[in-house]
Design a protein around this ligand. Structure first.
Ligand code: EPZ
Length: 421
């Protein structure tokens, strides 16, 4: 195991380049199952979750590997297995999105249900309802979803809530179905839009990605494609908070500002100066006092749940009382007790956390519980006096590529060491 050691108190400055989006790369990798031709993916992030996806796809018979520092080539010439085993789906929920493409490509799939995780129960009922609507016969047996479909037929599908994964799974099943599919109340996230762009590049006929209604005209087959992944908006938001919490001045070279409206508005409300100097990218600095804000996480384009933990760390430094409401996941405040140990003044009541500040943060040994909670503790460590030790760094490595190197290049005093435990 490894841990991160952070010596806080250094205002970050300089320029950082974001990696490709984890949450775009994962479903896009699964989409390679839909054709027997090569799918070439550029700007793919070197993450633990991408390695897990390569492992899973290889077990299904996909030739999957790196063709460059950030370039993947995937080729599902033939499907050799239709099973996504529990051990892989448990470690990475996004694995469940092989269900749709496996069904569309070869009419059957046996995929473990992901089960809950640290942040919530995370059911897959909307995924299952969607592929049933397309004509698949689905049963749940021994913790696995077993699905069969001689053929899939387009349907009108309503999602009770705009689930990102369900939208992606259903979209990847529908592209080879007969006729038209409408996904209503679809997720609008940029990662869903990037997947639709990839699928259309493969010959699919998808309209409306990024809106509440996605229309898909089924086609007979899909072909290979080359695609570049969008920059990671959650890494962008995390770096923006890093600049803000340390009172720094950072240029984020390839920040996808068009995917960050809610984040930019909220950070400006908190007193952070954000400017785009004409070319792509954002300049983020904070010189004065941070102000408290009210924050509700919402489906895109609302404030992203994946940046809630990072904002909580920042708001411990705001002069006043902030209120954070988490509306997407039922248990996504695990970072709060660790922030309290570092000096945060946070009161939790159900889906709401009240954060009073500013409080002095002091470094402490803390433990990561999930990916974004880990980032929250790193951010607090950057602002804290003396030293913070974050254990279970593997959580961080799931979703942030070379984070310690990126932060060090901005002046942070951070190092990764072996954890004796
Ligand atoms: C995606 O997860 C992201 N992961 C998550 O990012 C992100 O937090 C989440 O979307 C919300 O934006 C990837 O894209 C790989 P959902 P997903 O289905 O698709 C409920 C990170 O840190 N729901 O939109 O699993 C569910 O319980 C990760 O990068 C059902 O009830 O999220 C949750 O409350 C964490 N039934 C809500 O919908 C279903 O069938 C949103 O979940 C599916 C979901």
């Amino acid at each position: 195991m490894e841990k991160m050691i952070i010596h806080g108190g250094v205002p970050l400055s300089g320029r950082v380049v974001l990696s490709g989006s984890k949450n775009a790369a994962l479903p896009i990798m699964m989409a390679s199952l839909l054709t027997d031709e090569p799918v070439r993916i550029r700007n793919a992030p070197r993450l633990r979750d991408v390695r897990t996806a390569i492992d899973l796809l290889s077990r299904l018979g996909v030739e999957a590997g790196w063709a460059g520092e950030h370039e993947l080539v995937l080729r599902a010439a033939r499907i050799e297995s239709h099973e996504a085993p529990y051990d892989l789906v448990k470690t990475m929920r996004a694995s469940f999105c092989v269900l749709g493409p496996l069904l569309a490509r070869s009419g059957r799939a046996r995929v473990s249900t992901p089960g809950g995780c640290a942040i919530g129960a995370r059911p897959v009922n909307l995924h299952i309802a969607g592929i049933r609507a397309l004509g698949a016969r689905v049963q749940l047996r021994g913790g696995y979803v077993e699905a069969h479909a001689d053929s899939l037929t387009g349907a009108r599908i309503w999602l009770d809530n705009p689930s990102v994964g369900a939208t992606e799974n259903i979209m990847m099943a529908a592209v080879l179905a007969r006729g038209r599919t409408q996904i209503e109340n679809a997720a609008r996230e940029p990662e869903v839009q990037d997947l639709a762009r990839l699928l259309n590049g493969m010959g699919a006929r998808i309209r409306g990605a990024g809106t509440h209604v996605i229309e898909i005209e089924g086609v007979a087959r899909l072909h290979g494609v080359e695609h570049e992944i969008i920059p990671d908006r959650i890494e962008a938001g995390s770096m923006m908070v890093a600049a803000a919490i340390t009172g720094g001045d950072v240029e984020i070279a390839n920040a996808p500002a068009e995917h960050l409206d809610a984040v930019i508005v909220k950070l400006r409300e908190a007193g952070v100066e954000i400017s785009s100097n004409g070319n792509p990218g954002l300049r983020v600095r904070r010189r004065g006092e941070l102000r408290p804000v009210e924050l509700r996480t919402l489906p895109y384009p609302g404030f992203p749940t994946d940046l809630q933990a990072q904002m909580m760390a920042l708001l411990t430094q705001a002069a006043g009382t902030s209120v954070i409401t988490e509306t997407i996941f039922e248990n996504r405040f695990m970072h709060a007790p660790e922030l309290i140990r570092m000096g945060g003044d946070i009161l939790m009541k159900g889906p709401t956390a009240v954060v009073r500040g500013p409080t002095r943060l002091s470094g402490a040994p803390v433990m990561a519980t999930d990916l974004r909670a880990s980032m929250s503790l790193i951010l607090a460590g950057l602002a804290a006096e003396n030293t913070t030790e974050l254990s279970r760094v593997y959580h961080l490595d799931r979703g942030y590529e070379a984070l310690d190197a990126k932060l060090s290049s901005l002046g942070a005093r951070i190092e990764r060491v072996k954890d004796g435990r």
